[in-house]
Ligand binder design. Structure first.
Ligand code: ATP
Ligand code: MG
Ligand code: MG
Length: 383
């Protein structure tokens, strides 16, 4: 054993699974708290896993007692139990950070207080349709209605295009705690994976992300038609944002690049992130390697986070047929530079993240040429 410390992870989805792929290479045991056959547990055979929910306080406590460091692959967890166990086991990043970030409205308020530019937002909790109407008058249309909590892949967002849509928007998001965001008329979306270690804050390169129906579809590293000055500015903004939070680990920082070149933070994830999958093949250390090293105080040479070769990542989502994602995989077998990842999730439904493909090549143009037929095929399979 190179390292006898045990890492506990709340959540056993694809991010936990890829974290285990990195841990396995270092002989580091990762104990997962999630359902029995979750994607992460499928690739990790030992008796240290805990069966249960990462939202259940007693299960979180049980995991903490069996580990040296506890981390997360999802922020929608019980942070009160993490606060309680933080005296006995390291919790990375800090439960305080997780508590702030898991509430998207609180997250944005916190960033603003720390001098980080975010889209303007307004609390709508308990204000009903009248609150939305008032915001519409102030922000103009469209504006984005968002759930403060339990939001992912756009499930929790509603674009309110006109005042006539207010009732439908309130109905769609039900009784979730809501806030509104001013529309960001962006030129493109950028993202930066940030690594917070005991010594400081490091960044992976800036990437371009393309979302479709509020779900990440593609990542381009480096971004297309963006100046070096802008990509560096994005890295600095991401560093500043993450520097404001306590704790160690990787963080995903999603940003809007506006038409006048202004950068605004969209949101932060206190964990590995879809926009960082490309690092597995394109960088000397992946976001998963970096997360493990950061939480265990293992050295990270800053240049190990560099881009070795341009890369494009394409998500494999559930499509119109139950086996659409498998068909995409078969198509990708013919592509010589495509690294294919399937997550072991079982049944697909339209829009569910089932896997991803990364193509790296000596130039982004070469990578685009190889990826384009796969993008076209994915578009045909869309549900
Ligand atoms: P994730 O899966 O990344 O956690 P999420 O459900 O938390 O997603 P957001 O990141 O808030 O959702 O939004 C998803 C996408 O919707 C963004 O990437 C962007 O394309 C669009 N979007 C979000 N907020 C705004 C805004 N204020 N103005 C314009 N577009 C927006
Ligand atoms: Mg989110
Ligand atoms: Mg997002």
């Amino acid at each position: 054993m190179a390292d006898s410390r045990k890492v506990g992870v709340l959540g056993g989805g694809q991010l936990g699974r890829m974290l285990i792929e990195a841990a396995n290479r270092l002989n580091i045991q990762v104990n997962v708290l999630d359902a029995a056959a979750s994607p992460a547990k499928q690739i990790s055979a030992h008796d240290g896993h805990i069966e249960g929910s990462f939202k259940d306080a007693s299960a979180v406590k049980k995991l903490a007692q069996a580990c040296d460091v506890v981390t997360v692959e999802i922020e929608h967890v019980d942070t009160h139990m993490l606060e309680e166990v933080a005296g006995e086991v390291a919790v990375e990043p800090s439960w305080k950070t997780l508590r702030t970030i898991k509430d998207k409205y609180a997250q944005k308020g916190y960033l603003k207080e720390h001098g980080v530019d975010v889209a303007e937002s307004e609390d709508l909790e308990g204000k009903g349709a009248a609150g939305l109407k008032a915001v519409g008058e102030r922000f103009g249309y469209p504006f984005m209605l968002k759930s403060k909590t339990d939001a992912y892949d756009g499930r929790g967002n509603y674009v309110v295009k006109t005042a006539d849509e207010i009732d439908a928007a309130v109905k769609a998001l039900g009784d979730r705690p809501l806030y509104a965001e001013r529309w960001a008329d962006f030129r493109m979306e950028l993202a930066v994976m940030v690594v917070k270690t005991k010594d400081g804050v490091l960044t992976f390169p800036t990437v371009e992300t393309v979302h479709e129906d509020s779900i990440c579809k593609l990542t381009y590293a480096p971004p297309r038609n963006v100046s070096k000055a802008t990509t560096e500015r994005a890295q600095e903004l991401a560093k500043k944002a993450i520097g404001a939070f306590e704790g160690k680990g990787v963080f995903g920082v999603e940003m809007f690049l506006l038409k006048d070149d202004t950068l605004l933070i969209n949101e932060i994830a206190p964990r590995p992130h879809n926009s960082g999958h490309y690092t597995i093949e394109a960088c000397p250390l992946s976001q998963y390697d970096a997360h493990l090293r950061a939480i265990l105080d293992i050295p990270i040479p800053p240049s190990a986070l560099r881009l070795r070769e341009p890369a494009i990542m394409l998500n494999i989502l559930g499509g119109k047929n139950p086996d659409s994602h498998i068909q995409v995989t078969h198509k990708a077998y013919a592509s010589p530079n495509a690294s294919i990842h399937l997550y072991g999730k079982g049944d697909a439904r339209p829009g569910r993240k089932m896997g991803h493909i990364t193509v790296t090549a000596p130039s982004l143009a070469d990578a685009e040429k190889e990826m384009q037929p796969l993008i076209d095929f994915v578009d045909e399979q869309k549900g």
